[in-house]
Design a binder for this molecule. Structure first.
Ligand SMILES: CC(C)(COP(=O)(O)OP(=O)(O)OC[C@H]1O[C@@H](n2cnc3c(N)ncnc32)[C@H](O)[C@@H]1OP(=O)(O)O)[C@@H](O)C(=O)NCCC(=O)NCCSC(=O)CC(=O)O
Length: 397
């Protein structure tokens, strides 16, 4: 596998850290998963496809999801039949609707992250925005910067169509920006809305219907020295790697067409992720170097095989819950105790797969947990490529 790693250069570096985390969901619709198939087939006039409806019900039952939030309401769908009638062109409608809704949802999450961070919005120096819903320029990051009142000098980067690894990539980029620009404070925002891919169910998109939901996550990232009023770091971002699994380009993908964004999810995705994840983790831990001036912190656990010695269980885990079998496979390959993936399963259950934003929900859930976290942890996110983002995290004592 091709793997690129960043740990930040010479010794005595200051690792970037997450200084504020916020999440948001649209207020439009909260749909319980057990009525999702009935609702979807009714509102899209698809009840003439009973076998497909039964299949969607089976998939929903096995999804590990209990409810999902959506921006689209039944009223909006009634006014815009092009959003579910694939004979009608709908890209204009989708572009118009997402142009405002996607950055506004990001604004809700970002406002929470900035409030927790504790410094004025004007202190944000960089913005990294990730979404699979960006179809026009100026891009959604500029709209978000305007909504938040960021400085005109804020340095913006837009990540488009990275899918579920967009959150991991944005955090990794934020780490590099923070560690290499003294005083930088980077706002990461991921905002995902299914209205860009919503359509009447057909055989090709049935799993996506059962999985994806709407949500936004935001994180303020900075490296020391820390400023007056800043809260103490939530998670230190010690090292990060990105790995592409060779010859899997066709397994997972998105494509913009006249009818919006189509998702392709091959049935092999959970197996492919399971087969490759441990090597990515080993690479990420190998590139982790601890600061000399780190206050006497123990070094990260040395890379280890999951075959029996159980060291992976010494960590806390922030894993993108791409789907229940993905979590099951990771659990099995790394021989994790069941509670290690509890935060990921909780987010999957309560919100579904919100693509790139999901990892921020998992981080938020982890730090809110009742019991203290172990010192060291691992973040994993996956998406088209197949691309795996891995990051070594440290929970400051
Ligand atoms: C769909 C599932 C809930 C089904 O659960 P199980 O696999 O345990 O159950 P199962 O084997 O009985 O399958 C139930 C039915 O779903 C069908 N099925 C399963 N996976 C399918 C797929 N990828 N495409 C089409 N059909 C699929 C099976 O054939 C079966 O059909 P029948 O009942 O007719 O026999 C699960 O496989 C799942 O969550 N898969 C998605 C994982 C995934 O690819 N996630 C990545 C999301 S994208 C992401 O996170 C990154 C990104 O987008 O960037």
């Amino acid at each position: 596998m091709e793997s690129s790693g960043t740990s930040g250069g010479a010794a005595a570096r200051r690792h970037a850290a997450m200084l504020g985390i916020g999440t948001a969901n649209p207020t439009g619709l909260l749909v319980p998963q057990d009525v999702f198939a009935e609702n979807l087939f009714r509102v899209t006039n698809s009840d003439h496809l009973p076998e497909l409806k039964e299949k969607l019900k089976r998939i929903c039952e096995k999804s590990g999801i209990e409810r999902r939030h959506f921006h689209l309401t039944e009223e909006t769908l009634a006014a815009h039949p092009e959003l579910f009638d694939r004979e009608l062109p709908s890209l204009d409608t989708r572009v118009d609707m997402t142009a405002d809704a996607v950055p506004k949802l990001a604004q809700c999450a970002a406002a929470k992250a900035i409030a927790e961070w504790g410094r004025p919005t004007a202190d944000i120096t960089h913005l990294v925005f990730s979404t699979y819903s960006a179809c026009q320029a100026p891009t959604a990051d500029l709209r978000l910067a305007t909504l938040l009142g960021l400085r005109p000098t804020v340095s913006r980067t837009m990540l488009s169509l990275h899918g579920c690894y967009g959150g991991g990539r944005a955090l990794s980029l934020a780490k590099e920006l923070a560690e290499n620009n003294r005083g930088a404070r980077v706002l990461v925002a991921c905002s995902e809305m299914t209205l860009v891919c919503f359509g009447a169910p057909d055989g090709g998109n049935i799993v996506g219907h059962a999985l994806f939901g709407d949500g936004a996550g935001a994180v303020v990232v900075g490296a020391g020295p820390f400023l007056d009023g800043e809260r103490r770091p939530i998670f230190e971002m010690v090292s990060a790697t990105q790995t592409t699994i060779p010859r899997t380009e066709h397994a997972l993908g998105m494509r913009v067409s006249g009818g919006g964004v189509d998702f392709h999810l091959a049935i092999q995705v959970p197996t492919l992720v399971g087969q490759n994840v441990e090597q990515c983790l080993l690479d990420a831990f190998r590139s982790a170097i601890v600061d000399d001036d780190d206050g006497g912190a123990a070094p990260p656990p040395s890379p280890c095989s999951g075959n029996g010695n159980g060291r992976w269980n010494d960590l806390f885990w922030a894993v993108h819950p791409g789907g229940r079998p993905i979590l099951d496979n990771i659990n099995k390959v790394l021989m994790l105790e069941p509670e290690k993936l509890a935060a990921s399963r909780h987010v999957l259950r309560e919100y579904g797969n919100m693509s790139g934003a999901t990892i921020v929900f998992v981080l938020d859930e982890l730090r809110r947990g009742r019991s203290p976290l172990p010192e060291w942890g691992a973040l994993l996110a996956f998406g088209p490529g197949i691309t795996i983002e891995a990051m070594v995290l440290r929970c400051p004592r």
